[in-house]
Design a protein around this ligand. Structure first.
Ligand code: THU
Length: 140
């Protein structure tokens, strides 16, 4: 794996430290690599009204898009019990996959789920969200 993506994995693991997860005690960190080389982080932000919770991946995407970023290469995601090293892969939820689909090329955008520097899995968006509905469906 390229050094840039290894680095992205480390940033995602670090972003877990900023998770606000007093209800689930499950912290998630994400690091989103923009085409221009910028990395935007995100963490899950929970709410006493549970449905208002925002996932780490969407935090990263919404931060990035709201700051003018629109082209993305990859996202690294790491999740697990708050305060401990991740011991399972935190695959992105369906809503987060759909948000990725809005902004990313399904054939090239990489999703890397990370337990630690040695244990990770890499997918393309089309693998995790096959036969999807996207912007093209509405542009004809
Ligand atoms: N969570 C994420 O941040 N990303 C996902 O893709 C799945 C779930 C968060 C939401 C909630 O704060 C906690 O994990 C437990 O569901």
């Amino acid at each position: 794996m390229k050094k840039e993506l290894k680095n992205l994995m480390i940033i995602a693991m670090e972003a877990r430290n900023f998770s606000y997860c007093p209800y689930s005690n499950y912290s998630v960190g994400a690091a989103l690599l923009c085409k221009n080389g910028r990395v935007v982080t995100g963490s899950n932000i929970e709410n006493a009204s549970y449905g208002a919770t925002n996932c780490a991946e969407r935090t990263a995407f919404f931060k990035a898009v709201s700051e003018g970023e629109k082209e993305f290469v990859a996202i690294a995601i790491s999740g697990g019990a708050k305060g401990s090293e991740s011991d399972s892969f935190a695959y992105p939820c369906g809503v987060c996959r759909q948000v990725m689909r809005e902004f990313c090329d399904e054939d090239t955008f990489k999703i890397i789920v990370v337990k630690n520097e040695k244990e990770y899995e890499e997918y393309l968006l089309k693998d995790l969200l096959p036969k999807s509905f996207g912007p093209d469906n509405l542009s004809k």
